[in-house]
Write a protein that binds this ligand. Sequence first.
Ligand SMILES: *[C@@H]1O[C@H](CO)[C@@H](O)[C@H](O)[C@H]1NC(C)=O
Length: 337
Amino acid sequence: MLRCVALALACASCRASLFASLVETHDDDAPADRREAAATPEAPPSKRDVLAWRSRLERKRACVSSGVGAFYLYHARKAAGTSLRAALQHAAKRSRVDYLETEGLSIDARFLGLRSVITVVSLRDPVRRVLSMYWYEHVGWHDGVTHDHSKLRTLRSWADEWVEGSAWKREFEKKHPGNVYVEVENYFTKMLTGWNRDGRGEALDGASLASAKAALDRFDFVFIVERGRRANHTRLLWDALGYELPLTSELRGDESAKARLRPKLAADEADVVRFLEARNALDAALYAYALALDDDRVAASAAPAPRTRGERPPCEKPPLRQLKPKTGIFRPPGHKH
Ligand SMILES: *[C@@H]1O[C@H](CO)[C@@H](O)[C@H](O)[C@H]1NC(C)=O
């Protein structure tokens, strides 16, 4: 279990683990374990890749702990991003290095090739994530914040508006190149491949999946929400941070709104889930790949650390001026639609 260490963040919320809430909320209809088991097994990365990952992280850690480098979070929406932000900001402050983050814009691959930048991303069951977007982003806004129910769509109508090919979505893509703030279809694949750079909303294919997997490989830590309570998974985060820091729960949500409005807005949730599953095949494969990658990394990190021999390659200050325009939250008008 996540322990609260003395120096950590505000610890009051540690016990109510974010992952407990994220995982258990949905125990009723889709046990994470069963979904994991049903996922298609993917060819795991080779052993050599995992060893390369480990020595790369080791080198980056040496740079960051000497005060040269940065932490970078690619903030996947509705997938524990806020909690990871708190952890990485804490770690960056501790090492006196920069903290960089991108949310809502598909990734710029430059972030993944930097010698002294420790990179983190998160994944979650793709369809669960979409449902969470609906309840917390759309319903949470119109019901909980503006109290204007006239703007409230049913889950079905919301999904139909945001799915690829709808008139609304096509227009949105044209207006907001590179934006992935609201995606209901293969969000993870899109965000990791720099999708819609020029507003064309290009179709995804097997090559997109392959390049999303390659991007995942380049991240130093890939957090998986459904594994957030596994000690061997949390250990990998601590290895990236350089010390043990529990994740605090920053989940924004309103379960009571969901209970109250579900009969009116999502009586047909099971149908919509099937629709979304059919539309998220690439993300399902990517998620399965992330689980296999995590298994390999967990196994590799159980062995003693590889000896770093000889002199270290030089550390590099990240090119902040070039990177800054690609950091921040990219929240386009119309995202509550
Ligand atoms: C990590 O821990 C879980 C239990 O929390 C266990 O089921 C799994 O096999 C472990 N993974 C590895 C690679 O040892």
